[in-house]
Design a protein around this ligand. Sequence first.
Ligand SMILES: [Zn+2]
Length: 108
Amino acid sequence: MLRLVVGVLLGHAHLNQHLSIMRVVDNPHCNHCQGSYETAAHFIGECNGYASLRGEIWEKPHLHTDHFQHVTIRDLVSFIGNYADSRRSQSLALASTSGDGIWAHLAA
Ligand SMILES: [Zn+2]
């Protein structure tokens, strides 16, 4: 989990924008929001696909980058951990590991 959190913070996590630079995937866009690159800022603060989880943790569906300075490591770990657990279960159920950005790699 620590590796995943640090990767997200550094922008070197298995997010589609980074994976496309590394030529692991062809599409740098978010799987939920075509037109938006799947960056750390998009994942943590903007993506509508994670709005309900964000609401549970921060009581806001979206976080502007100005609010990132108020995000605690504990809340960030909770956000990433909860969603990773959810996606891992879905990925295992679907036995799908391709084209799913950061979360596909959690199923392995
Ligand atoms: Zn998105």
